[in-house]
Design a protein around this ligand. Structure first.
Ligand code: HEM
Length: 96
């Protein structure tokens, strides 16, 4: 399962967003874009957020609100690909 970062921690595609997409999501959506590709998700992020937010995608299993919020936060904080500052995350430890 995906790690849910603390509210002010950076959200990265590699660590937090990509794991939210199931293999079947990726396969079903391949006709349009690759949900495991940073470049594709980043380029289509607004449309993807809209579908996640209105619950129409994935059609068999609407995302819980906290996952939609995480995706929104990833967009709002600059669509990072990787968590390049792993150390600062350990400094502000949150035990979960
Ligand atoms: C721009 C955003 C998106 C568009 C326009 C879109 C459009 C579509 C369309 C036209 C289909 C095929 C017809 C249908 O089953 O409704 C489909 C299927 C599917 N999409 Fe998306 N989709 C989007 C985003 C997503 C995302 C973000 C996910 C996963 C998180 C997803 C998961 C799926 C799945 C699982 C299916 C297969 C559903 C089934 O046949 O049971 N889609 N999508």
């Amino acid at each position: 399962m995906t790690r849910d970062p603390e509210p002010r921690a950076p959200v990265s595609f590699d660590e937090n967003i990509k794991p939210l997409f199931r293999e079947m999501d990726r396969e079903s959506m391949e006709f349009a874009f690759d949900l495991w590709s940073y470049a594709d998700v980043s380029a289509n992020a607004d449309e993807i957020l809209e579908r996640l937010g209105d619950g129409s995608m994935p059609c068999d299993h609407p995302w819980p609100a906290e996952h939609v919020e995480l995706f929104r936060r990833w967009i709002d904080t600059g669509r990072r690909e990787f968590d390049t500052d792993a150390n600062s995350k350990h400094d502000s430890r949150v035990d979960r």
